[in-house]
Structures are given as structure tokens and as C-alpha cells.
Design a protein around this ligand. Structure first.
Ligand SMILES: Cc1ncc(COP(=O)(O)O)c(C=O)c1O
Length: 437
């Protein structure tokens, strides 16, 4: 299916849809392994540690797979901490990032004993100081730096490394913050790092950021801070969503290797999308077709609550008809799939908008697509949906969330059951127990 984006046989996808229903996310274990090996091969003998960014796809089966490959985890919430631990990561293999960790989340991280907690503000460090006081061993902290480098990404919302953004500690405040860490005996500065954006297709921004981190490490050492044991170059490696190539791991490594060489420190990295983006697709069935104001619509049983990226980022996802031949004859006879429709009301070659059932005009999976065979009942695969797909899904419009399935070779296993209506209302009540009299 697709142009090398996902290599699962259509017959297998059809079997999964028949067994589990739609909408369903399908992940290919072998693709994840392949991507991990590609990255490892590019890193070669460079001292490094890969911490998979759980936010990209936090399904326990995916986490467990990545853990068995030898990765650590990069988390951004207490929920992701619980997932990572449940999936088998040991606390020491976990890096806790994030701009707004709550006290409860920091306490959970301390109690679990996570390997590194990345600070993003002086206020957060002050809170951690207080929580860490009196512990047997000092807590390992990092500082996420905002290196002020521009990384072109397909949408402004996926850029994070420019000055004026909420992420990271501005360069000119880092030494002061590092001194504040060094002054406390309950915390110790182990890492400085960056994460400059997501879906970065060029090595240039990594090289620029890495150079700034190298200067920073030298500056910290000159200031007498010599406790660092790693430098973190974040994630963000682009994968193809269409015919564009993505970022070659070799180009990425060439851009960040000087940082390791100049500082003598191992690299941490936090890839998410690179490992799982093209490992997944979203299976959805065509419910109806209709025309309005010169546009042709294919209405599917998955929408923006299942896959938000098209609506949120105007992101492009390749969409294919899993078995186009099945629908083409029917489409030629009756493109709208309506019993009363005239066969001349649309041609099979018409460009269509693939839209979901959510009550929002911004609810679409793809616009202006050629989709021969997308008749009612046809099975579609929305490609490159392994990263930021299920994780960003919601129950909006009170739609139970999709099922998830893991494929390994010819086998497939459900790894999250489809939600039902009881899941929609869990924890709610009509019985009012007033708390304040
Ligand atoms: C701190 C941090 N690290 C890593 C990542 C992973 O990014 P990607 O999935 O693009 O590799 C993110 C994503 O936003 C992030 O915020």
C-alpha cells in the first residue's frame, strides 16, 4: 500500500478490518525494528543512548517493543511515566522532559527514581530543589536549552527551538540556572540539551543547535561546572508523508557528532516519529459519498477525533483504497453509491475530499484526492499515522476511541480494544454530592 510508506499486504489489512472493525490503527513491528536499526547503524560507534519519545505513540505494546530493542524512554507527563514503567522500562532509563511538570508529576518521578529530569525554568528548579531535599543521593537533572535556531518544519506549531517560544531555557539564562543547580547538594547537573522541533528534514538546524550546545558546555566547564555526563540533541527527525525523502539518519548524525567529539560526552537523543511514523496506518471505511457546491465528499467512519493532524497542522497523509478493484466497478456505475443517483453525476476521476463524521468543517483526513474505488463500504488506509495519531485522538462528539492492532510478519494482535460507550462516561455521575455544603 502507498509509495513505500507502509508495506503491509492489503489482504492482511482487510483481514484486520474484518476481525476488529474500523476505525483501527495498525502498527507494523518490523518497520519499527528497521528504523531503530537504521538509526543505530548511523550512530555507529559514537557513544549514545536512544530514548524513544513516548508521546509519539504510547501504546504499551509499542513501548515494550522499543524497550526490547534497547531504547530508553523520553516522557513528558506522569501518565507517560506510568506507561513507560508498565511497559518494562526501568526508571533509570527514563528521561523526563516537558515545560510544565506539576508537583505531583515531579514527586512521582522522584519516587520512581527516573534517570534524568530536564528543567525548563527557574521556577521548576526551585520546586524540584524543595522536593529533592534530604534525599540519599542527589537527583540527576538536565537543562533543556532554547538554542534559538530556526528549523523549517511543515507547520509553525511543530517548531520549538526559537527564542520567544515557551520551550527551553534561553541561552543567556542557562549559566545562571546551572549555577543554581550546582549550589544545591540534593541535585546535580548531568545534561544540557535541546529539542528544536518535529519533522525536521534538513541537518542544518541540528548542526547549528549542536554548535551552540558545544559552546555552552565549554562555558559551563569554564564556570567550574564539570558534572555533565551527556548532551541531549532531542528528536524531530523527519519521515516521508508523501514522495519527499525525510531526514537521512546519516545526515543527522553527521550534524550532531561534532558535539560529542568536542565535549567528549555521550549523546542522548529522543526520536519519536522517526521510529513509529510510517509504522502505522489508520484503517477506516467509507460510509457515504455526496456532492455539494461542486465538491465531492467521501465520508469515512474516522475523523478528526481519531486523527487530528490534518485538522491541527493541515498535515498531509497519503490515503489509499485497500482493495481498489472491489469498488471500481460499482463506482463506475454509480459514483455516489446512492440507489437513485444518476451515473453521470460524477466521474470516477473526480477529486474528492475525505471527511470524517465529526460536526466540524475542519474535520477532514485529506482534501482534493484521487481515490478510485472509494465507494461506500470500501476500506481506506490513511498512511503515516503511527506517530501522533492515536495519542492525539479524543472522544470528541462522544465517539469512542479506535482500536489498535500490532502486526508482526503475517500475524496480528489487538493491542488496545475499541472503546465502547461506557468508556465515554467513566467517572461521571448524575448524583450530585456537593463538597461545600
Ligand atoms: C522534548 C521532546 N523530545 C522529543 C520529541 C519527539 O519528536 P519527534 O517525534 O519529532 O522525533 C518531542 C516532540 O515534540 C519533544 O517535545
Amino acid at each position: 500500500v502507498g509509495q513505500g510508506l507502509l508495506s503491509l499486504p492489503p489482504a492482511l489489512l482487510a483481514r484486520i478490518a474484518a476481525a476488529v472493525g474500523t476505525p483501527t490503527y495498525v502498527y507494523d513491528a518490523e518497520h519499527i525494528r528497521r528504523q531503530f536499526r537504521r538509526l543505530q547503524a548511523a550512530l555507529g560507534t559514537l557513544p549514545h543512548r536512544i530514548h524513544y519519545s513516548v508521546k509519539a505513540n504510547g501504546n504499551l505494546a509499542v513501548l515494550s517493543l522499543v524497550h526490547h530493542l534497547g531504547a530508553g524512554a523520553d516522557i513528558v507527563s506522569g501518565g507517560e511515566l506510568a506507561r513507560a514503567l508498565r511497559a518494562g522500562f526501568s526508571p533509570g532509563e527514563i528521561v523526563f522532559s516537558g515545560v510544565g511538570k506539576s508537583e505531583r508529576e515531579l514527586v512521582a518521578a522522584l519516587e520512581a527514581g527516573v534517570g534524568l529530569i530536564n528543567m525548563e525554568s527557574a521556577g521548576e528548579l526551585a520546586l524540584l530543589h524543595r522536593l529533592a531535599r534530604g534525599r540519599a543521593a542527589p537527583v540527576a537533572v538536565g537543562i533543556r536549552v532554547n538554542p534559538d535556531v530556526a528549523a523549517e518544519t511543515p507547520h509553525p506549531y511543530t517548531q520549538t527551538g526559537r527564542s520567544g517560544m515557551k520551550f527551553g531555557v534561553p541561552m543567556d539564562q542557562v549559566v545562571t540556572l546551572a549555577r543554581a543547580v550546582a549550589a544545591e547538594r540534593d541535585v546535580v547537573l548531568r545534561s544540557v540539551g535541546m529539542h528544536i522541533g518535529s519533522q525536521i528534514a534538513e541537518p542544518g538546524p541540528y548542526a547549528a543547535g549542536a554548535a551552540r550546545l558545544a559552546d555552552l558546555v565549554a562555558e559551563l566547564r569554564a564556570a567550574g561546572i564539570a558534572t555533565l555526563t551527556s548532551v541531549d540533541v532531542g528528536g524531530g527527525l523527519a519521515v516521508p508523508y508523501g514522495s519527499e525523502p525525510g531526514l537521512e539518519p546519516g545526515a543527522f548524525v553527521a550534524a550532531v557528532a561534532p558535539l560529542a567529539h568536542q565535549t567528549g560526552l555521550p549523546l542522548l537523543m529522543e526520536p519519536g516519529r522517526f521510529l513509529v511514523g510510517n509504522a502505522g496506518c489508520l484503517l477506516t471505511r467509507v460510509l457515504y459519498r455526496k456532492r455539494s457546491g461542486g465538491r465531492a465528499f467521501v465520508i469515512t467512519d474516522a475523523g478528526m477525533n481519531d486523527l487530528l493532524r490534518p485538522s491541527l497542522y493541515q498535515a498531509y497523509h497519503e490515503i489509499t483504497v485497500v482493495d481498489p478493484t472491489a469498488g471500481q466497478a460499482a463506482e463506475a456505475a454509480d459514483p455516489e453509491g446512492n440507489p437513485a443517483a444518476s451515473a453521470t453525476s460524477a466521474s470516477p476521476a473526480t477529486l474528492v475530499d475525505v471527511v470524517g463524521p465529526n460536526c466540524e468543517s475542519g474535520d477532514f483526513l485529506g482534501l482534493d484526492r484521487h481515490l478510485a474505488g472509494a465507494v461506500p463500504g470500501a476500506l481506506l488506509a490513511v498512511l503515516s499515522a503511527g506517530a501522533y495519531g492515536f495519542g492525539m485522538s479524543s472522544q470528541y462528539n462522544s465517539r469512542p476511541r479506535a482500536a489498535e492492532v500490532l502486526v508482526d510478519g503475517e500475524r496480528f494482535a489487538p493491542v488496545r480494544r475499541r472503546e465502547g460507550v461506557e468508556d465515554l462516561m467513566r467517572g461521571e455521575t448524575t448524583t450530585l454530592e456537593w463538597e461545600n455544603g
